[in-house]
Ligand binder design. Structure first.
Ligand code: FAM
Length: 432
């Protein structure tokens, strides 16, 4: 059975669970909302549902019930490679099942048929000012392709709630197959004098590495990076934005483009570029001097005293070191143990948590995914750190597109939380 047939079966099997929860248990309470949560960004308010991934504050992410090491071990890998096919991971997120090698290769072949990027997309990117941030180019390119949407056509021709997931799946697959080429195009166009490398039409990791112009093991780096950045349950800003926009019955192009705009914020995905920018600033200031822990502490304190955050540390949900950080750290220990920037990153791990703890503000002083990702990209030659969030975006697309496909499969409603006025909050506060 192919991926789409399997997905159809899974959606049909799942629907009665959602219907039953709504019909029989709709008024069961999941919690209460405090004024702090209402003003403070809805932290921990339980009002979203997804089965694609779950983020435990102490354990970290599980994709379809599996930890990162379990996912990496279970999925089929290209011969001689350390990391699984991204296409196999897409299958896992959509169905909850580990695909066989044959099932994986079916998706690799399917993506080859879908990965032709319309030429007008490149014209649109070129029409933007060249100094535009690569995330502007990425988000614009995705939005520009909206006219390709099969879901939008399906809506125009007569929408049916039960089959709406089908064209959402089609759009999501088309998008996912094309994103590596769009991302690599932006990189080569913006930083490599427009010297574009043709798509070799292999698997996603190989395609991306080749089109970026970087040799092995960068194909494996790409696989690892895309999988690690894919999904972090539904409340994070890029996943939530994508879901919110899709809940209006906007198609995957509108929804993903919006999600990418959320990812471009420095408190979210852009933090990975900020980590490298911060480190480069430190390296320049050190002017060749070996950093000591004392010197590093001084830079951290200077940043905090200026009112800025330390990028790559802290998290809205996690309360321990991010396992996505750990996985990338293990990669660094294996492939770039003596790299200068890796040593700096390691030193930050030793000094920042204590400082944040002593300041007493951050609820989580530990590093997140972004503290460790840029150093790997830099090592493989991508020193243009404002590009890093685009690669995060290719990875994040896997998770959010799987989610909005399921949103349509389960007929999730238009999202519309309630707002109150400040006077209303004051009134509630007075009544205690
Ligand atoms: N450096 C300095 N201060 C920090 C901090 C950090 N790394 N992390 C949290 N704080 C401060 C935070 O600014 C807040 O201060 P105010 O009360 O003055 O506003 C206070 O500690 C309480 O914040 P919190 O409840 O611990 O965190 P939030 O849930 O509000 O925010 C983050 C979570 C991620 C936005 C925050 O930790 C942060 O700004 N980190 C640095 C940026 C970053 O690395 N973002 C990437 C997050 C990520 F994994 C991703 O999305 N890719």
């Amino acid at each position: 059975m192919g991926l789409k047939e399997k997905l159809a079966q899974k959606i049909v099997e799942h629907r009665p669970r959602t219907t039953r929860l709504l019909k029989e248990f709709g008024d069961v309470k999941l919690g209460e909302v405090t004024i702090e949560q209402c003003i403070g960004g809805a932290r921990d308010v339980k009002c979203l549902v997804t089965d694609i991934s779950y983020l435990d504050p102490m354990e970290g992410i599980r994709f379809r019930g599996r930890t990162i090491p379990e996912v990496m071990a279970a999925l089929p890998k290209p011969a001689g490679k350390d990391f699984p096919y991204v296409e196999a991971f897409w299958y896992l997120l959509l169905t909850g099942d580990v695909p066989t090698m044959a099932e994986t290769m079916e998706i690799v072949e399917d993506f080859k048929k879908r990965n032709k990027v319309p030429t007008y997309v490149y014209d649109v990117i070129k029409a933007l000012p060249k100094e535009s941030h690569p995330m502007v180019m990425f988000s614009t390119a995705i939005l520009a392709m909206q006219k390709e949407s099969k879901f939008a056509k399906f809506y125009e021709e007569g929408f049916n709630k039960l089959s709406a997931w089908d064209t959402m799946y089609e759009d999501s697959s088309d998008l996912l197959a094309r994103l590596p080429e769009i991302a690599a195009f932006i990189y080569r166009y913006k930083y490599k004098g427009g010297n574009i490398i043709a798509n070799p039409n292999s698997d996603m990791g190989t395609n991306f590495a080749k089109m970026m112009g970087i040799d092995a093991p960068y194909d494996d780096v790409a696989r690892m990076y895309f999988i690690l950045h894919s999904d972090h349950e539904s409340g994070n800003a890029s996943a939530h934005t994508t879901h919110l926009v899709a809940s209006t019955l906007s198609d995957a192009y509108y929804s993903l483009s919006a999600g990418m705009d959320a990812l471009a914020g420095p408190l979210h995905g852009l933090a990975n570029q900020e980590v490298l920018r911060w480190l480069q600033d430190v390296i320049t200031k050190l002017d060749g001097v070996e950093p000591t822990e004392e010197l590093m502490k001084k830079f951290v304190l200077e940043t905090l005293d200026s009112g800025a955050v330390i990028p790559g540390f802290g998290h809205a949900v996690l309360r321990k070191t991010d396992p996505r950080y750990q996985s990338q750290r293990e990669f660094c220990e294996k492939h770039l143990p003596n790299d200068k920037i890796f040593k700096y990153v390691d030193m930050l791990y030793r000094v920042v948590p204590d400082i944040l703890l002593a300041k007493g503000k951050a609820k989580n002083p530990w590093p997140n995914v972004d503290a460790q990702s840029g150093v790997i990209q830099w090592f493989y030659g991508i020193t243009e750190y404002d590009f890093y969030t685009v690669m995060f975006g290719v990875g994040r697309a896997i998770g959010v597109l799987a989610n909005i496909t399921w949103d349509r499969g389960l007929g999730y409603a238009l999202e519309r939380p309630k707002s109150l006025t400040t006077a209303m909050l004051e009134d509630v506060a007075k009544k205690g």
